[in-house]
Design a protein around this ligand. Structure first.
Ligand code: FAD
Ligand code: SF4
Length: 520
């Protein structure tokens, strides 16, 4: 049942645009909102889930969260003009907005800074066509303003998380003892690389599920009806889609998974998609949760003796560090950033990324759970799907479009730098100090995938050669001149140099066959 809207004022002063990832009733766009004179505007449009082919769980998370937010706004007395996906009118977000403006004749438009360059440009152009003032409000959901990031970045050739993260720890007084880091070290990454023993994770508690209510069920039916041909599955849909649910999910993570988050941050295990991860990214990115409350909850858990420092610092670094850092990179370098292709990779993405049909157990697991749940954890994204795409030589723009389509937390400002910069090295080292390249041996060390795979991670050629290992050596050989500029790859290149010309020829041939077979 849709909550009825308070009447939209006849003479509309402000039309307040609320985009699908701006679901915060306390955001800057609502400062001074007066229900007697102003109205909020929200729109579900097919274009937002088709400019890249958004899979069903991703679209469903956005629409379910939007509809709940619409109802909350209405219940709190704010008029909302809301356009549903199956309303008859055609067109993208901007076209729908223009129709609303013509119908209601507002005096001005207001929006929080969008999370995508394409939308920012589209909205500015629409306002200018409509001859209406558009105010773009700061997004208060971030610790850092874009100006603060620029001040940090100015004059630096390369941007490194570590320096930025320390600045933020000091500026916001997080995990500090005076001016110095609690525990004496800024970063406990070295303690956060454990893998599981033979028996796998023990005492794991599944994340709290959120069974779809009537509103969410309507959305699931709508997505199946309108976007039935899209990849993805909705049968296990249990994401938090309201602020109340997101707060419960945070509490559940802090109690049950944060204590081991650090130790097993990089580990992977068959049929265990969540392990000790928070699965809070979608809730934070949709603005159902404020990153400050998430960071504070983790810091408090440490202060109360509920979670060790390596877990809490590791978790804080992801949110206070990486999340803020990639946003800064995105806005500083867009729109040219998306064009970058430092390694000149041009192949299409193998079709298995849309089906999970492959004998490679690690990819079958990572892609399979992605299509089913809209989720994979960081190391699966970086060291399975991302690594394979880079070693394979897939065009980074196509890789970016896949990532933007498949994850429930994917919004371009956060997805693009992670994909293009961190996982594909397509920005040539602007934001990471080296390409994340590894062979099947890494996956063997960090997971149990290889144990049930028909390939052998230590073999680069032959019938049972692991495709990661074959492509790893051929990648190093192909990009040798470029990679040797980076001293952090010295050991890997030394190992390459130990291979005979004959071995390298056989590896190259096997890599070419793989590339041909997987793209045919
Ligand atoms: P946890 O492992 O529990 O981490 C805690 C929180 O830290 C996350 O919820 C997230 O808010 C934040 N975080 C962690 N790592 C990063 C990071 N590298 N950048 C920004 N925030 C981070 N994250 C997205 O939110 N959207 C994306 O589209 C996205 N695409 C990615 C693509 C690639 C190739 C890679 C390598 C990483 C990507 N990430 C993305 C970052 C990270 O993988 C996800 O945030 C994380 O897996 C979400 O699961 P979680 O909530 O269980 O995270
Ligand atoms: Fe993946 Fe290779 Fe291990 Fe198979 S052997 S799971 S393809 S890394």
């Amino acid at each position: 049942m849709t909550t009825p809207s308070p009447p939209v004022p006849q003479r509309l002063r402000r039309l307040v645009l609320v985009l699908g990832d701006q679901l915060d009733a306390g955001s800057a766009v609502f400062d001074g909102f007066d229900p007697e004179h102003d109205a909020a505007w929200m729109a579900e449009v097919a274009e937002e889930s088709s400019h890249v082919p958004s899979i069903k769980p991703r679209t469903a998370v956005f629409l379910a969260a939007m509809r709940h937010f619409r109802d909350e706004l209405r219940s709190s007395g704010r008029p909302v003009i809301y356009r549903e996906l199956d309303d008859d009118e055609d067109g993208g977000l901007v076209a729908v907005l223009e129709r609303t403006v013509r119908a209601h004749q507002p005096e001005s438009l207001h929006v929080v800074h969008p999370g995508e360059h394409r939308l920012l440009v589209g909205l500015k152009e629409a306002a200018s066509r409509l001859d209406l003032p558009l105010t773009i409000h700061d997004d208060r959901h971030f610790y850092t303003t874009l100006e603060e990031f620029d001040a940090h970045a100015d004059g630096r050739k390369q941007l490194r998380l570590e320096y930025f993260y320390r600045e933020l720890r000091r500026r916001h007084d997080i995990l500090l003892d005076g001016r110095e880091p609690v525990g004496g070290s800024w970063n406990y990454d070295a303690d956060n690389r454990r893998s599981f023993r033979r028996g796998g994770p023990t005492g794991l508690q599944e994340p709290l599920p959120f069974a779809p209510d009537a509103t969410t069920k309507e959305v699931l039916a709508l997505v199946d009806r309108e976007l039935g041909d899209r990849a993805g599955d909705l049968s296990r849909f249990d994401w938090p889609v309201t602020r109340a649910q997101a707060k419960e999910a945070l509490d559940d993570f802090i109690r049950h998974r944060l204590p081991l988050f650090g130790d097993y941050q990089d580990a992977m295990w068959t049929d265990q998609p969540w392990l000790y991860h928070s699965r809070l990214s979608a809730a934070i990115n949709l603005k159902l949760l404020d990153p400050r409350e998430v960071v504070d909850a983790a810091v408090d858990a440490h202060a109360d003796g509920m979670a060790p420092l390596n877990a809490v610092e590791g978790f804080v670094r992801q949110i206070l560090g990486w999340r803020e850092f990639v946003r800064g990179v995105y806005w500083r370098f867009m729109p040219e950033y998306v064009e970058r292709n430092h390694l000149g990779a041009t192949l299409p993405l193998p079709h298995l990324y849309w089906t999970a049909e492959t004998d490679m157990r690690c990819l079958q697991q990572a892609v399979g759970q992605t299509l089913e749940l809209g989720y994979a954890h960081h190391v699966q994204r970086l060291m399975i799907t991302g690594l394979f795409a880079m070693l394979f030589g897939a065009d980074p723009r196509v890789v970016h479009e896949w990532y933007l389509s498949v994850y429930v937390d994917a919004i371009e400002w956060v997805e693009l730098p992670n994909v293009l910069g961190m996982s594909q090295f397509a920005d040539g080292g602007l934001m990471t100090s080296k390409p994340y390249c590894a062979s099947g041996a890494y996956i063997k060390r960090m997971s149990n995938y290889c144990g049930s795979c028909r390939f052998n991670p230590s073999r680069a050629t032959g019938d049972d050669a692991c495709p990661f290992t074959t492509l790893y050596w051929s990648f190093l050989a192909k990009h040798r001149e470029e990679l040797k500029k980076n001293h952090r790859l010295g050991m890997q290149l030394k190992n390459l140099d130990r291979k005979s010309a004959g071995e390298l020829r056989a590896i190259r041939k096997q890599a070419e066959t793989l590339q041909r077979d997987l793209t045919s």
